[in-house]
Design a protein around this ligand. Structure first.
Ligand code: HEM
Length: 560
């Protein structure tokens, strides 16, 4: 007791000494001393926070900072390098699922997963518990409105049902094959020949985007915008659409209150979004106005042209909403924009990555060419027209395209490694638990990382990062994979409606190019993904084309 009271006294007296000592200091020196103490305390706290945050990395996959959560890692590494590779890395270290902690009071908290069991759970088994949700709808509303990609429940069901009937009709299939044939033979090949004649390097991704844009407009709205023409005209809509998808994606990595404030003041990326959406709307409004005019003009005349129309827009214009009224122009605009996103930005970017992969894997290119030449030589035998000539104006038939199984495997392999939709989003309606044990609270946002799934040894084996079409073949025939393992086309009730058409389109375009040309990527051209809703190649795909001559093709005919 005496000891401790002595101790206390000595502490107080020492503090008195200290006060006495400080009393003898000049005011400037006192300020300096206090500043040093504050600095020491600040450094000590910072070191403590840093150590604490970094120890969290072990459990959570990334350092968790007070107030800011994992945002610093996202901003300093994720967004400054390749975001999809960054997500893949974290998921690999966290056994396929991790919880991203955003800053306090932000909307960035979410669960990310690449585990096929979880995907089956959310896309199929418990589908009603995982809609796109309010957050997604709110974030993409300015661009996609109530269209099929952002809608849930009734609004989604109605569009899905109508579009599904249309997509599976014979008339629609005829329209797709016919429009594609015209586009490839009357436009694409002309543009490619022009590039060869002028010895110009071309941006193949740009050309493919033009092709798929014209194609989706033909089948979805019955109009031909003529984007793919010699001299490649400037298309303001295309630029506006790309800017709009890029700015919309940025909203997902920006706290909601921040982008909403930016939208209110019309500044930064929100200003860009606003301007680009005006460009997108102009195009969609024009399509709708023109179609309405055509339909009303020819209504009394029982016009044959309108009777024959099989495009989606005409079908939707003939339907009524839940109150028995025709759909509003705004809703028709949303349908148009969503179908353009679905049909333009998916198969074109998939084909671009495919041609880049072929350039790096010439053996695969050779095998595709062998397959094509084999089919062509069989045709020559069939028609007993085999006079040794190799047709340069050859037109592939639908049944031949169907038989190109190695090509289908190579395209699937490209989509496995570079899925056109690299990440997708759902929201939890009621508390749930994933099959891997992750607890999900009502309102949790779930991101499924499709790009990362293609790089998981647990799913695809040790060679998962290699481009190997053979993994899709059994006894030489293409075998599809479970949609929860290969999720490039989504799965369950929201499986991509255009999958069959997309394969046909990609195979038709690829076969026509590969049969005629060697596609060589320009040396040192940087090929990295761009941050957008779909996975464009950031700087396009600059290539040189070289015509295959008869001697070269003959070699493949001999092999096959
Ligand atoms: C390589 C080509 C394609 C890929 C990789 C692809 C992929 C996808 C994916 C991942 C989804 C789910 C999106 C989501 O729910 O967030 C989807 C949905 C959809 N796709 Fe595709 N797609 C392709 C081509 C097409 C084409 C050419 C069309 C039509 C012309 C199309 C029409 C649709 C539609 C309408 C949906 C909405 C389905 C729904 O929500 O019920 N797709 N697609």
């Amino acid at each position: 007791m005496t000891d401790s009271s002595n101790n206390l006294t000595s502490i107080f007296s020492s503090s008195d000494d200290f006060n006495g000592a400080t009393r003898n200091l000049f005011p400037g020196q006192l300020f300096f001393l206090q500043e040093i103490q504050i600095l020491e305390i600040f450094i000590a706290i910072s070191v403590f926070i840093a150590i604490h945050s970094f120890t969290q990395k072990k459990h959570h996959g990334l350092p968790v900072w007070p107030v800011f959560g994992m945002l610093p890692s996202l901003l300093l590494t994720g967004l400054r390098t390749n975001l999809y590779e960054w997500i893949t890395n974290v998921l690999l270290h966290q056994n396929g699922t991790f919880r991203f902690k955003g800053p306090w009071f932000s909307s960035l908290n979410c669960v990310m997963t690449s585990d096929p069991r979880n995907l089956e759970h959310l896309l199929k088994t418990k589908f009603p518990n995982f809609p796109k949700g309010h957050f997604f709808h709110d974030t993409v509303r300015d661009l996609l409105g109530d269209g099929i990609f952002s809608a849930d429940d009734e609004t989604w069901q109605r569009q899905r049902k109508t579009a599904s009937i249309e997509f599976h009709s014979t008339k629609f299939r005829q329209l797709t094959t016919q429009s594609l044939l015209e586009l490839v033979h009357a436009r694409l090949l002309l543009v490619l020949e022009e590039a060869i004649n002028k010895s110009n390097a071309i941006d193949l991704q740009d050309i493919l985007l033009r092709l798929t844009f014209d194609n989706v407009c033909m089948i979805a709205f019955g109009v031909d915008p003529g984007c793919l023409r010699p001299n490649l005209p400037e298309i303001p809509f295309a630029k506006a659409f790309e800017d709009a998808t890029e700015a919309t994606l940025l909203r997902f990595v920006t706290p909601t209150c921040v982008w909403k404030a930016m939208r209110f003041f019309n500044i930064g990326m929100e200003r860009k979004l606003n301007i680009s959406i005006k460009g997108v709307d102009e195009f969609a409004d024009d399509v709708i106005r023109t179609r309405k005019k055509e339909l009303s003009l020819h209504y009394d005349q029982d016009d044959e042209k309108n009777k024959k129309r099989t495009d989606l827009l005409t079908v939707f214009m003939g339907l009524k909403d839940e109150s028995g009224q025709p759909f509003s122009d705004k809703f028709l605009r949303d349908i148009c924009v969503n179908f353009i996103l679905a049909g333009r930005d998916t198969s074109s970017v998939a084909l671009s990555w495919f041609f880049w992969l072929l350039d790096r894997n010439p053996v695969v290119e050779e095998r595709i060419l062998e397959e094509i030449c084999k089919l062509v030589s069989e045709r020559e035998k069939d028609t007993s027209k085999n006079n040794g000539e190799i047709e340069s104006c050859l037109i592939f038939r639908p049944e031949e395209i169907k038989k190109m199984e190695y090509l289908q495997a190579a395209l699937s392999e490209a989509l496995r490694l570079y899925p056109s939709v690299p990440v997708d989003h759902k929201e939890v309606v009621e508390d749930d638990i994933f099959p891997d044990g992750t607890v999900l609270k009502k309102g949790t946002k779930v991101i499924y990382a499709i790009y990362a799934m293609g790089r998981m040894e647990a799913i695809w084996g040790k060679d998962c990062r290699e481009f190997k079409p053979e993994r899709w073949l059994r006894d030489g025939h293409f075998m599809s994979e479970s949609a929860y393992k290969f999720t490039a086309f989504n799965g369950g009730p929201r499986l991509c409606l255009g999958r069959d058409f997309a394969y046909y389109q990609m195979k038709f375009v690829a076969a026509n190019i590969i049969y005629r040309y060697r596609v060589k990527v320009v040396e040192n051209h940087p090929v990295v993904p761009k941050l957008a809703l779909t996975m464009y190649i950031k700087h396009g795909l600059k290539v040189n084309l070289y015509r295959r001559d008869e001697a070269e093709l003959r070699k493949y005919f001999k092999i096959s």
